[in-house]
Design a protein around this ligand. Sequence first.
Ligand SMILES: Nc1ncnc2c1ncn2[C@@H]1O[C@H](COP(=O)(O)OP(=O)(O)O)[C@@H](O)[C@H]1O
Ligand SMILES: [Mg+2]
Length: 392
Amino acid sequence: MQHLQPNTTLQGGKYRIENVLGQGGFGITYLATQVSLNRRVAIKELFIGGEGQAINDRRGNQVIVTNSANQQSFLQQKEKFKKEALRLAQLNHPNLVKVHEFFEENGTAYFVMDYIAGESLRTKLNREGRLSESLVLNYMRKILPALEVAHKQSIWHLDIKPENIMVDKNGNAYLIDFGASKHIENNSTLSTSLALAYTKGYCPPELADLSYGSQDDLVQALKDIGPWTDIYALGATMYNLLTDIIPPSSNRLYREGRNAFSFPSGVSSAIKDMIVWMMKPNREERPQNLVDLLKSPKGQSFSEILNRQNPTNAPYIVYMLVSVICSLFVTGFAFLVVWFLFNPFRDILLSMNISPGAGSFIFIILVIIGMFIYLPKVNMRLIKYICSLFYK
Ligand SMILES: Nc1ncnc2c1ncn2[C@@H]1O[C@H](COP(=O)(O)OP(=O)(O)O)[C@@H](O)[C@H]1O
Ligand SMILES: [Mg+2]
């Protein structure tokens, strides 16, 4: 039994474990109920799995460190785990989960956060196959500002991949799992939370280099980590979502350059160029930060595409076509309604002893205000509905 069983309680009955949501190298994430408010929360527990498994074990609910020699490294992991929670708690953005509480119990540590009723992009990709460009861009519209909030506080995520982006039915996307994140503190030493992540395909050379080398090299190598490291992983994530192919390794990118990519038809050239730029193996050649990515002359076409508001999953051109047809239909329909209603309404106003001219004038103003308020809403609903019939 490596995880807490359903119905186990924590904090003297404050939280009740429901089931396991995910299990990684350093933690187990549970779905739980916050009993007093009867609401769902997600609780992450420090439990070292995978290759580090030998460090800890579980007896009943208790996590025990296997021997005294491992005590030190478990304590270190606990400190880093706490940093993950503190770091996430500092960040405030609707597309990042909120942390409610950190506590120690059962010989280990826990933090409580918002539960996202959804699935990871990996799960979605496994089920549906590659995603459309417009869907990927819809998710990027949510993830980029969330990442920007972290970057503004000098927090690099360092483990961006489809597994660590969750999406829900309403098309929201959340960047989760700051377990590998780093923060450049004021004294400009780097503090790491948990281990470094090396996920094949998402790991740029400067991050891979950290796994080799001496301690001295490490200090230097840490300086090579920055927003560009997340930008690489984000490019790799977009590539994986658009193609359902594991992104090329940086070695292959050095060798083959652009030929290492194979995009399906239907991906626009602006997005292809953008991914190739984001995944340049030399970090100096990548966008250096998100402002560079979106606002520099090179990033302009990408930001134009991102700013084209397309709230549906249909390709932009289809969305525009449906919009034009729906708008014509809705306005035409509205004018017909006004036409039919005009006389009876004017009669009512006339019977209120308002002069015919003023009556018509008031009526027209009311209709125009009503149209401005309601027509766009009705129109957008119709556009979304029609697009959703063909593009889920
Ligand atoms: N706040 C949350 N709400 C719902 N599910 C979550 C939440 N956080 C994590 N999960 C689920 O648990 C899995 C693992 O969580 P994650 O934070 O990525 O930890 P790790 O990868 O370190 O094990 C995620 O892929 C996701 O399915
Ligand atoms: Mg994860």
